[in-house]
Write a protein that binds this ligand. Structure first.
Ligand SMILES: [Zn+2]
Length: 295
């Protein structure tokens, strides 16, 4: 590269760091924005799976002690609408996540510009970015949307007692944040058209009221799958296996199988919150199972 070429391309470098990937669908522009990554003990995924799950991880160059999945928040721009799917982990979940503000800066988007926030579910890495360090909403002009069953679960005072010791902070943290926006949230059900061209699919198991969002433009579609398909290795090779990350592992496996079958059959684009390469790709059948193909 010549010096002149370096000078021209240098200002774009941060964009590659924080804006994960881009896709267009009709008039919709879709960007995935990195919120950083999670730092998890391997058991978070491996608990409940057979021992052979470690062999799959090894094939992907991953060990079993610690996993560091990326976090991809999706931004859709369509005319006057600026729609965010989940809000990232915020400032107080874990140091490696909560970087969405840096991605916004890179794209020149302000939190005040966001017109709608559509939640897939209420886990910390998807919801806790709702409030700043003073507990004020970061997206002051947005309408918030969440599945009715998901909202009911996290706002039920019994959830903190039934969710299990490992996740009590999840329950307390979700209830506190949802209380702040309770008057500004629209609750939706399976099959609802949330906004023009955006349909909700109840995809339970990872959480009780998890919603995936299907974007449509003519014959083209994109599925924003949230955590219904939670990683690019075990979830694709053995979607039937139980994952420690799912609150109802049996239901989550059934949901995953149903989604992968449809995604592969229709060759629909897929955006996964914890999938690599900015999370955008497709599911393809491979030897009786599936694999994730980045695009
Ligand atoms: Zn997640």
């Amino acid at each position: 590269m010549t010096l002149a070429a370096a000078a021209v391309t240098a200002p774009l470098a941060p964009r590659r760091l924080w804006a994960g990937n881009t896709l267009t669908l009709g008039a919709m522009q879709i960007d995935t924005l990195s919120d950083g990554f999670l730092t998890l003990p391997g058991g978070f995924i491996l608990d409940g799976a057979p021992p052979e799950a470690a062999d799959i991880l090894a094939r992907y160059g991953l060990g079993t002690d610690q996993l560091t999945p990326p976090c991809n928040v999706t931004l859709l721009r369509d005319g006057d609408r600026m729609v965010l799917f989940d809000v990232g982990a915020g400032h107080d979940f874990m140091p490696s996540a909560g970087k969405l503000a840096e991605a916004f800066d890179t794209l020149g988007v302000m939190p005040e510009d966001i017109t709608h926030v559509l939640f897939t579910h209420g886990h910390p890495d998807h919801l806790w970015g709702l409030l700043d360090e003073f507990d004020d909403p970061i997206f002051p002009n947005a309408e918030f949307v969440m599945g009715q069953a998901e909202f009911d679960y996290w706002t039920n005072p019994e959830t903190v007692n039934t969710i299990g010791a490992a996740r009590t902070t999840f329950a307390v943290g979700a209830a506190r944040r949802l209380e702040v926006i309770a008057d500004q949230i629209r609750l939706i059900a399976d099959g609802d058209e949330v906004l023009p061209g955006i349909a909700a699919h109840l995809t339970p198991g990872h959480t009780p009221g998890h919603i995936a969002y299907e974007l449509r433009s003519g014959s083209e579609g994109v599925l924003i799958a949230g955590d219904a398909i939670g990683n690019h290795h075990i979830a694709f090779e053995r979607p039937d296996w139980h994952s420690g990350s799912d609150q109802d592992a049996e239901t989550a496996a059934a949901t995953r199988l149903r989604l992968l079958d449809r995604l592969a059959s229709e060759q629909m684009a897929l955006i996964g919150f914890h999938l690599p390469g900015g999370g955008i790709g497709r599911a393809e059948r491979a030897d009786g199972t599936y694999r994730f193909v980045e695009s």
